[in-house]
Design a protein around this ligand. Structure first.
Ligand SMILES: [Zn+2]
Length: 324
């Protein structure tokens, strides 16, 4: 039987849906802004309503659906499908989302996982990680995370939050406080939102830069960093060098811990890399990270730094892959 699947990618700003046919092809899409004011019940009522709408549009009944997979920017107690904490959607915490949604959908199968896990499954099965038994997917945007594939399978760990390696502490008690409440997390030195905080601090201390001028009345963003870098701005270059240094160290730490040699990078980092190449830079961010990595790595076995291949659809594809 050609069972359909539904993959849902919940982001801090947008929720995207894909309805897939039995050959795993996308037959219908939907997206809407993620409502950060909604209670968990309201949030998942919206999702349940949209699932029913997608099914109705294709004339599908519950028995035509293999299940619903959802990737969330959350700490997820996987087996139970309970959301512990969600970045950017702070009202969604301590909520039994899986049980709630299954009841709303008449017992339909629902699986919920962290979005770097679903991203890892998508890139491993259909993207840049194809053919590798072991790989780590590394999304780098406002935050930093990882999804670990070992022996062809996603490794979730005991509670379900394996791969939260952006929170590994590299400089105890030093640096900008991270969203997790600690100081000295890896991502506090190199994530998109944190690098901007460093830039703001340097400027407040009197460092010169064209970035405030580029931002005008708004906040400095990674796009401004890219433009300033291309214009030769010294502070933008300092921020870039700091970011690349800590990202290279992070990958080295993952490599010496797990000896996984395929790293697939996704997220806003790739956009920044393209912006810099368009501005005339000769090496990609991944190449610059690899150079830092190689400086620490004392053997010459091959290690691959690859760009994610699935584009914007990786979220809905990975969420649907939970069902297989
Ligand atoms: Zn942290």
């Amino acid at each position: 039987m050609d069972l359909h699947t539904i993959g849902i990618d919940v982001g801090g700003t947008k929720t995207a849906y894909g309805l897939f046919n039995g050959q795993r092809g996308i037959v219908r899409r939907l997206s809407h802004p993620s409502d950060d004011t909604a209670s968990p019940e309201e949030f998942f009522d919206t999702i349940a309503g949209n699932i029913k709408g997608l099914m109705a549009a294709e004339g599908l009944q519950n028995e035509d659906i293999r299940g619903v997979g959802i990737g969330m920017p959350s700490f997820v107690l996987f087996e139970e499908g309970r959301l512990i904490k969600t970045s950017n959607l702070t009202k969604i915490h301590d909520f039994p989302a899986r049980a709630y949604l299954m009841e709303k959908l008449g017992g339909m199968r629902v699986l919920i996982d962290n979005d770097s896990h679903t991203g890892a499954m998508a890139e491993h099965r259909h993207g840049a990680g194809r053919g590798f038994d072991n790989m780590i997917y590394c999304p780098i945007s406002t935050g930093i995370s990882s999804g670990i594939i070992i022996n062809g399978k996603l490794f979730r760990g005991r509670y379900g939050w394996s791969g939260e390696s952006g929170h590994m502490i590299v400089t105890p008690d030093d640096g900008v406080e991270c969203g997790c409440g600690n100081r000295g997390c890896l991502m506090s030195w190199c994530s998109g939102s944190m690098i901007v905080k460093h830039i703001e601090q340097w400027i407040a201390q009197g460092e010169a830069s064209i970035m405030p001028g580029l931002a005008g009345d708004g906040k400095i963003t990674m796009f401004h960093l890219g433009s300033a870098y291309n214009a030769g701005d010294a502070l933008a270059r300092r921020a870039y060098d700091q970011m690349v240094k800590y990202l290279g160290i992070w990958i080295y730490n993952l490599y010496v811990t797990l000896n996984i040699n395929c790293f697939v990078f996704g997220g806003g980092l790739l956009k920044l890399s393209r912006q810099l190449m368009d501005g005339g830079k000769k090496t990609t961010i991944l190449e610059d990270m690899k150079e830092i990595f190689d400086g620490y790595n004392k053997n010459d076995m091959p290690v691959y730094f690859k760009a994610a291949e699935l584009g914007d659809d990786f979220g809905i594809i990975g969420a649907a892959e939970l069902l297989f």
